[in-house]
Design a protein around this ligand. Structure first.
Ligand code: FES
Ligand SMILES: [Fe+2]
Length: 454
C-alpha cells in the first residue's frame, strides 16, 4: 500500500510523477487517491502545468461591449485585465507593471483608455502598449520601447458565441480544436439566437474551502448526488417535484479532452412543454434552428444538456426552476468558474445569463431562478459547497494520508448509445462515472505532459 511519507522524501517533480503513476493505476481500478485534493505540491503543479497552458474562460463580450471597457479576471493565480481596445479587439493583459511589478489596475470593472501605475506612474494603453512615464527625459533619455515595455499579453485570445477564453501557451491548439466535439454542444447552448446571450449582472464571487476540482468534476457528470445532497429542496417544498428523480432521468455526453455534459430527459420527465429546456413560447419562437443539424435539434427537444464542464474550470448550468414561490419552473442559464485560490480553497465566480432577445420579464425571472438555486445564497449551491469542503478536509486528514486512502470512482460500466449521430459519446444513463473518469484522465494527461501545448 502507498505510504504518503515515503513519497514526500523525494523532490517536488518526482513527487508529482509518482502521484501521476498512482492516479493512473487507481483510475484503472475505478479509484482515486484522496490526496489529489487540497495538496500544496499538487496545487503548484496544477498552476504551472494546467492553468498556464489550457484555454481558460475570462469574460463574456457583453461584459465589455464598448471601447475602453475592462474587467479584472483570473487565469489560475494570475490576475488579468480583459480590455476592449478602440479597434474592438479584446486584450488579456497581466495586471503587473513592467517597471517594478505592482498591479496597475485596482478596480473590478470600468472604462479607461489607459492604465496608470499607482507606484511611479508608468502609463499603458488599454491594449497593453507602454506609452510613457513621468520625467521621461531625465529618467530614460526620452525613450523606452513601447512594444518592449508593454504589459504582458496572453498570446492566444479567442471566443465562442461571445464567451472569451485566453491561453498563455502560444503553442496551444486553437480554441475550436481545444474544445473539439464540445464546441458542437456549446453551439446548441449559446447559439440559438443570432444576437446570442448577455450577462444579467456582474459575477458573484465567494470563497469556498474546497478544491476547484471538486466543483469541476461534479459538473462533468455527477447527477448521483442530487437525490441525497439536494433532497432538502424537496422536503422543504422549495421546488416542485422530487429531486430524487434527477439521477434516473440524467444522461451523459462525453467529448474528448475532459469536456463533459449531463443531459436530462426533460421532455419525458416533465411533459411536452419542456422541449428546449422549457423556454416559454415567446422565447422559443425566436430561436433560429436553421443553424443546427438533426441530432442537435432532437437533443435540444428531448434531452438537452443541463450541466457541464469545459476542462479545466468553466462550467455551465441550464435547468428549469421556479423564479418565485409557487410559479411554474422556467429555464435559467448559469455560468461558473471554479477559480483556484490555494490548496483546498477556491473562489467561486457565478454569472447569470439570458438571451438578448428575451423579454425583460423573462430576464428578470431568469436571474431570480438562477439565484434561487445557485449563487452565493442559492439553496443548491449551499448543499454542494458544504459537501465539497468535506472532501478537502478528507484530503488533509493525517489518517487518510498515512493509509493512502483511495476514493470510489467505480460504478458499474454503462455502454454508449451506438445510434448516437453527434460527436463524442452519448450515454443513456449517467451512472457509471465515465464523465468524471474522463475529467481525471485529462487532468492526469496535463499533469504528466505539462499541458495542452506540449
Ligand atoms: S511599479 Fe509601476 S511605475 Fe513603478
Ligand atoms: Fe449539486
Amino acid at each position: 500500500m502507498f505510504k504518503y511519507n515515503e513519497v514526500h522524501k523525494g523532490d517536488e517533480v518526482s513527487y508529482i510523477e509518482a502521484l501521476c503513476d498512482r492516479v493512473e493505476r487507481s483510475l484503472d481500478e475505478g479509484l482515486l487517491p484522496v490526496d489529489v485534493f487540497s495538496d500544496e505540491k499538487v496545487f503548484r503543479a496544477e498552476m504551472e502545468r494546467i492553468f498556464t497552458r489550457t484555454w481558460v474562460f475570462v469574460a463574456h463580450d457583453s461584459e465589455i461591449p464598448n471601447s475602453g471597457d475592462y474587467v479584472l479576471r483570473k487565469i489560475g493565480l494570475d490576475q488579468v485585465i480583459v480590455t476592449r481596445d478602440p479597434k474592438g479587439g479584446v486584450n488579456v493583459l497581466l495586471n503587473h507593471c513592467r517597471h517594478r511589478g505592482t498591479e496597475v489596475c485596482h478596480q473590478d470593472r470600468g472604462n479607461a483608455s489607459h492604465f496608470k501605475c499607482p507606484y511611479h506612474g508608468w502609463i499603458y494603453k488599454n491594449n497593453g502598449d507602454f506609452v510613457g512615464a513621468p520625467d521621461m527625459r531625465q529618467a530614460y533619455g526620452g525613450r523606452l520601447d513601447a512594444k518592449e515595455w508593454g504589459l504582458l499579453r496572453a498570446p492566444k485570445v479567442d471566443s465562442i458565441h461571445g464567451f472569451i477564453f485566453a491561453c498563455l501557451d502560444e503553442n496551444a491548439p486553437s480554441l475550436r480544436d481545444y474544445l473539439g466535439g464540445a464546441a458542437w454542444m456549446l453551439d446548441c447552448i449559446f447559439n440559438l439566437h443570432p444576437d446570442g446571450m448577455e450577462v444579467l449582472g456582474p459575477p458573484e464571487r465567494f470563497i469556498v474551502r474546497a478544491d476547484w476540482k471538486s466543483g469541476a468534476e461534479n459538473f462533468c457528470g455527477d447527477a448521483y448526488h442530487v437525490g441525497t445532497a439536494h433532497y432538502s429542496a424537496t422536503l422543504s417544498g422549495l421546488i416542485p417535484g422530487d429531486v430524487r428523480e434527477t439521477g434516473p432521468n440524467a444522461r451523459g455526453y462525453k467529448f474528448d479532452g475532459g469536456h463533459s455534459f449531463i443531459g436530462h430527459a426533460l421532455h419525458d420527465w416533465f411533459g411536452p412543454p419542456f422541449a428546449f429546456w422549457g423556454y416559454p413560447p415567446e422565447v422559443q419562437e425566436q430561436f433560429d434552428l436553421s443553424r443546427f443539424d438533426a441530432q442537435q435539434i432532437e437533443m435540444m427537444k428531448k434531452v438537452p444538456p443541463t450541466i457541464g464542464t469545459i476542462f479545466p474550470n468553466f462550467s455551465f448550468l441550464r435547468f428549469p426552476q421556479p423564479a418565485r414561490s409557487g410559479e411554474f419552473p422556467m429555464a435559467f442559464t448559469n455560468i461558473r468558474m471554479w477559480q483556484p485560490s490555494a490548496p483546498g480553497v477556491m473562489e467561486l465566480w457565478v454569472w447569470e445569463f439570458d438571451w438578448k432577445c428575451a423579454p425583460q420579464r423573462h430576464k428578470d425571472d431568469s436571474y431570480l431562478a438562477g439565484q434561487f438555486g445557485f449563487g452565493a445564497g442559492g439553496i443548491f449551491e449551499q448543499d454542494d459547497t458544504a459537501v465539497w469542503e468535506g472532501i478537502a478536509r478528507a484530503a488533509t486528514s493525517p489518517w487518510n494520508r498515512r493509509l493512502g486512502t483511495q476514493l470510489h470512482y467505480g460504478q458499474l460500466r454503462v455502454e454508449p448509445d451506438p445510434d448516437w449521430k453527434g460527436p463524442g459519446e452519448y450515454y443513456p444513463s449517467i451512472y457509471g462515472e465515465y464523465c468524471q473518469e474522463a475529467f481525471w484522465r485529462r487532468w492526469l494527461d496535463d499533469m504528466r505532459k505539462g499541458g495542452a501545448g506540449q
